[in-house]
Design a binder for this molecule. Structure first.
Ligand code: AMP
Length: 215
C-alpha cells in the first residue's frame, strides 16, 4: 500500500519545501508546512502570527507548545487522507510530541526522508530563493527561475525574497538546524523510518530518486 504519512527533513535551503510540494501533488497527500502556516497567520494578523514573527525574523524556533498544537490541529482532521510534513518536527521534543499524538490516533509516521546538501550550497540556494506572495510557489533565481522575471509561473503573483533569507539570518538558521534539528536524523534512523537522498543535483534527478524510494 502507498505511504500516506511522510516527514520531509532537511536544512533550510535543502529543497524540502519544493520536494514536499511535488510529492504531495504526486501522491495526493496534503502538504503541511509549519513555516507556511506561520506566514499565513502573519498575513492574517492573528495573535499566533504576531508571536511567530518575532522568532522568525531572527531565525529562531517558535516555542514548541505553540508550534506542536498548530501542526497537530492541522493533521488530525487528515487522518484518513494522508499528509506530508515539511519543516516539522524541528527538534526532539516536537518529534516526541508528534509521535505521542499520532500513536493515540493509530496513525504513525511511515517514512522520513532526509535531504542532504553541503552547507556552501545551502547558502547560495537560500540567497537565490524567491516565493510567490499569492500562492507560495518557490523559485530560485539561479537554479529554478520563473519564466517571467519576478512573476509566478502558476498564478502570475509577485515573487519576493523572504526577510529571513538574508545572509545573516540564514547563517543563524543553519546553526539552529545543526543544533536542534539534525539530531532527528538519528531519532528516526533508530526507529527504522529514515531514508536519505542527496539533493545537490538537478531537481528532476532528485524527484526521480524520491519516486524510486516510494515505489
Ligand atoms: P521554514 O519556512 O520551514 O524555513 O520556517 C521559517 C521559520 O518559521 C523558521 O525559521 C522558524 O522561525 C519558524 N518555524 C517553522 N517551523 C517551525 C517548527 N517546527 N518549530 C519552530 N519554529 C518553526
Amino acid at each position: 500500500m502507498a505511504l500516506r504519512r511522510i516527514i520531509m527533513l532537511g536544512a533550510p535551503g535543502s529543497g524540502k519545501g519544493t520536494q514536499a510540494k511535488f510529492l504531495g501533488d504526486k501522491l495526493d497527500l496534503v502538504h503541511i508546512s509549519s513555516g507556511d502556516l506561520f506566514r499565513e497567520a502573519q498575513k492574517n494578523g492573528t495573535e499566533l502570527g504576531k508571536l511567530a514573527k518575532s522568532y522568525m525574523e531572527k531565525g529562531e524556533l517558535v516555542p514548541d507548545n505553540v508550534t506542536v498544537r498548530m501542526v497537530v490541529d492541522h493533521i488530525l482532521p487528515l487522518k484518513d487522507e494522508g499528509f506530508i510534513l515539511d519543516g516539522f518536527p524541528r527538534n526532539l521534543s516536537q518529534a516526541r510530541a508528534l509521535d505521542r499524538a499520532l500513536e493515540e490516533e493509530k496513525i504513525p509516521i511511515e517514512l522520513v526522508v532526509n535531504l542532504k546538501v553541503p552547507q556552501d550550497i545551502l547558502l547560495r540556494r537560500l540567497s537565490g530563493r524567491r516565493m510567490c506572495r499569492n500562492c507560495g510557489e518557490i523559485y530560485n533565481v539561479y537554479t529554478l527561475p520563473p519564466q517571467v522575471e519576478d512573476r509566478c509561473d502558476k498564478c502570475s503573483g509577485e515573487l519576493y525574497q523572504r526577510a529571513d533569507d538574508t545572509e545573516e539570518v540564514v547563517r543563524h538558521r543553519i546553526e539552529v538546524y545543526t543544533k536542534e534539528t539534525q539530531p532527528l536524523v538519528g531519532y528516526y534512523q533508530h526507529r527504522g523510518k529514515l531514508s536519505e537522498i542527496e539533493n545537490e543535483n538537478d531537481i528532476n534527478v532528485v524527484r526521480e530518486n524520491l519516486m524510486r524510494l516510494l515505489e
